[in-house]
Design a protein around this ligand. Structure first.
Ligand SMILES: NC(=O)C1=CN([C@@H]2O[C@H](COP(=O)(O)OP(=O)(O)OC[C@H]3O[C@@H](n4cnc5c(N)ncnc54)[C@H](OP(=O)(O)O)[C@@H]3O)[C@@H](O)[C@H]2O)C=CC1
Ligand SMILES: CC(=O)[C@@H](O)[C@H](O)COP(=O)(O)O
Ligand SMILES: [Mn+2]
Length: 361
């Protein structure tokens, strides 16, 4: 029995995690659930899974993840709120299935340091890092290049002059994946892809210059690894997060699950690759630059983006404003080394407040 806690159980990843638990009732005991404001769904989940611990705010979740009887923690929270529970779970030696990518963006080195220090383990869930992880199984060879695939989002072919003024409704129409609102907007701007470059750098210790992004509109190949001899390994599957979630929860076992769709080879499939157009996605290079500068810039990047996306969804700024707001906040930041959780959280708080001021002014 895997004794699991699910943080963000009412969200897109949280609900799909509980689908996996439902599919293997003899394999899991749900010890705790935590969510934000969707108390109706949380109550239904509590009635079904009977967890001993429930929180409808992140604060309590920070302690729940350290309970001695917990083996696995699924962190499916959205945004920076996932950082402290992730660090706490690792400090308590737990297996952390980490879907929530913002904590790795904010504090990738710290998360890896906690893993090494306390014996906890990060298990990637995001589909691209999961694909890379799967391609690396059994490999002890030098990685020449990681190729992260990007759908290109809903504005991949939109005339450049029209992109500045697209609406939230248009930006929320992701071409291949059904996800929460924040990551869907990040996919449109390609901030999500930059976050995945950052995840890849930290999770697999790959130098920045060996990580590339390729536009692949079908989202059938979830990422690829090229080795020294030129061989490229790829992981494929229909765009459904239940597969990477299940892979992380049962690693290294692969179990059959009829709920997960199979790749349909009875119909024709195209697998296209296109180069990334930097002008179309200004957030991408902005984010990579902040990541490579290091210190607390990545934490500021993540916090400013979180505020900017919400401001766009709330109609306070236009789509083009997301990039400007993040750039402005980064440019005003005096970076700290970012080697402790306190420094990272301090930068996060500063950037959230500053970006909020800029969005409101
Ligand atoms: N969705 C996907 O397919 C993928 C998502 N990811 C990453 O996984 C994470 C989750 O994404 P997704 O599931 O789409 O997001 P959702 O917005 O669908 O869900 C977020 C979850 O976090 C909870 N939550 C948000 N803020 C708080 C808070 N302050 N305190 C407590 N709980 C909170 C929400 O609770 P409530 O709804 O009750 O308010 C909800 O359960 C993100 O980091 C995303 O980038 C990565 C790859 C794919
Ligand atoms: C499902 C998942 O992992 C998302 O992060 C996905 O990558 C979004 O698609 P794009 O960012 O490629 O548009
Ligand atoms: Mn992804």
């Amino acid at each position: 029995m895997r004794k699991i806690v699910v943080l963000g159980s009412t969200g897109s990843i949280g609900r799909q995690t509980l689908d996996i638990v439902r599919a293997f009732p003899d394999e899991f005991e749900v010890i705790g659930l935590a969510a934000g404001t969707n108390t109706k769904l949380l109550k239904e989940q509590v009635a079904e899974f009977q967890p001993a611990h429930v929180w409808s705010a992140a604060a309590g979740a920070e302690e729940m993840v350290t309970l001695p009887r917990v083996d696995q923690v699924m962190v499916a929270l959205m945004g920076s709120v996932g950082l402290t529970p992730t660090l706490n779970a690792l400090a308590a030696g737990k297996q952390v299935a980490l879907s929530n990518k913002e904590p790795i963006v904010m504090a990738g080195k710290l998360i890896k340091d906690f893993e090494a220090l306390y014996g906890g383990r990060v298990l990637p869930v995001d589909s691209e890092p999961s694909a890379i992880w799967q391609c690396l199984q059994g490999e002890d060879n030098e990685i020449l290049r990681i190729l992260i695939t990007a759908s290109g989002g809903p504005f991949r072919t939109t005339p450049l002059e029209d992109i500045e003024n697209v609406t939230p409704e248009q930006a929320l129409r992701h071409p291949t994946w059904k996800m929460g609102q924040k990551i869907t907007i990040d996919s449109a701007t390609l901030m999500n892809k930059a976050f995945e470059v950052i995840e890849t750098h930290w999770l697999f210790s790959v130098p920045w210059e060996r990580i590339e992004v390729v536009v692949h509109p079908q989202s059938t190949i979830h990422s690829m690894v090229e080795f020294a001899d030129g061989s490229v390994k790829a992981q494929l599957g229909p765009p459904d997060m239940r597969l990477p979630i299940q892979y992380a929860l049962f690693y290294p076992q692969r179990l059959p699950n009829s709920m997960i769709p199979r790749l349909d080879t009875s119909i024709s499939h195209s697998l296209n690759f296109d180069p990334l157009e930097p002008n179309r996605y200004p957030c991408f290079s902005l984010a990579i630059e902040a990541a490579r500068k290091g210190g607390t810039y990545p934490a500021v990047l993540s916090a400013a983006d979180e505020v900017a996306v919400q401001a766009f969804l709330d109609g306070k700024i236009g789509y083009g404003g997301i990039h400007h707001l993040v750039e402005q906040t980064l440019s005003e930041h005096d970076s700290l080394p970012g080697e402790t959780a306190e420094e990272v959280l301090q930068a996060d708080a500063w950037a959230s407040a500053r970006a909020f001021e800029l969005a409101s002014g």
